[in-house]
Ligand binder design. Structure first.
Ligand code: GLU
Length: 328
């Protein structure tokens, strides 16, 4: 039987990183060329044909429009290519949740699309890169991975793009899912889904834009004043995501400045700087009166991605933005 053909889009990150010392701390992300990495993968005898396509060789803190636009175009083409069974994107872990969620919002839930990274560089003792990659191959070549949206594979665990976040700076199992935990457990020789695919046949939810607007995250802190809000408006932010205290709170003067921004047509989404949990409407902040949107289950990084996509698609009205956050 022919092996499944997987398109591998390389962007860099620690999975392609080198430390030059097997035990040292310092390393550089994105140093190993995709072809060299797949050469090593070849020795694992995985049951898939891998088609490499380098997109970038960067640390994902530097990912931006050029790489996102290229990834979206490559995956959209792969969706239409009957020769390709699934797509793997190798990616740094710092912004994996942002790239995964952006693609998830703007691609149909068709063939498996899997983001994979590593927490330890390729030449470090106990490197997780090869195992994570072998797991990604297993997920991307499983027909049952289709119809689940974009997936993130790390540390033998499969997450949905909408749920996943990086929750630790250095542990190998650095990723968590909220509100859903893992969708599946994976090893190089097994894959166990915990629930059926939930988006089978669903089209792209939002059109891929020509560009993304400037949307800032403002982290609230005790004793801050309204000046940072004014500064963000002064540089032309098209939207603001508040990473608030507790359930999306901020000092009264900050809330008042944000309400003024919302009244002037700059959408404001309240999320939480707390690591996990919902931000609901009208708890301590009167969202109805202030014209705010509650981020619900999305943390600040993913709330910013959704707000950018909404604004780029001409959706600026608070009620419609709220509906999108409620239904994410
Ligand atoms: N900061 C780099 C990145 O996100 C390395 C971290 C990693 O991949 O784990 O690409």
């Amino acid at each position: 039987m022919a092996l499944p053909r997987l398109l591998v889009l390389g962007t860099g990150g620690t999975i392609a990183g080198t430390a030059r010392s097997r035990t040292g701390k310092a390393y550089a992300a994105g140093e190993v060329a995709l072809e060299a990495m797949l050469g090593e993968v070849g020795a694992l005898g995985l049951e898939a044909e891998l088609v490499p396509r380098p997109v970038a060789r960067i640390g994902s803190q530097d990912i931006g429009w050029r790489e996102w636009d290229a990834l979206h175009a490559e995956i959209a083409r792969a969706e239409d290519d009957p020769e390709i069974a699934g797509v793997i994107v190798t990616h740094g872990t710092d912004t994996a949740e942002e790239t995964a969620f952006l693609l998830d919002l703007t691609l149909p839930a068709g063939k498996p699309v899997v983001l994979v990274g590593a927490m330890r560089p390729s030449d470090a003792v106990g490197s997780d890169g090869m195992r994570n990659f072998a797991n990604a191959v297993r997920v991307a070549s499983d027909p049952d991975s289709a119809g689940r949206g974009v997936l993130v594979v790390m540390a033998d665990t499969v997450f949905a793009a909408a749920d996943v976040r990086k929750a630790a700076t250095a542990n190998v199992d650095a990723f968590r899912g909220f509100p859903r935990g893992p969708l599946a457990r994976v090893t190089p020789s097994s894959l166990d889904w915990f629930a059926p695919a939930h988006r089978v046949g669903s089209p792209a939810r939002y059109a891929w834009p020509e560009a993304l607007p400037r949307v800032a995250i403002l982290t609230a802190g005790a004793c801050m004043d309204e000046k940072p809000v004014e500064a963000l408006l002064g540089i032309g932010c098209a939207g603001i995501v508040l990473a608030g205290m507790g359930q999306g709170n901020a000092p009264r003067v900050v809330i008042e400045a944000l309400a003024k921004a919302a009244a002037n047509g700059v959408p404001v989404v309240r999320s939480a700087r707390v690591d996990e949990g919902m931000v609901d409407r009208n708890v301590e902040v009167d969202d109805d009166a202030h014209g705010f949107v509650a981020a619900r289950a999305l943390g600040p990084a993913k709330a910013r991605i959704l707000l950018m996509v909404l604004i780029a698609n001409g959706i600026r009205d608070a009620a419609r933005i709220q509906a999108a956050f409620d239904g994410r």
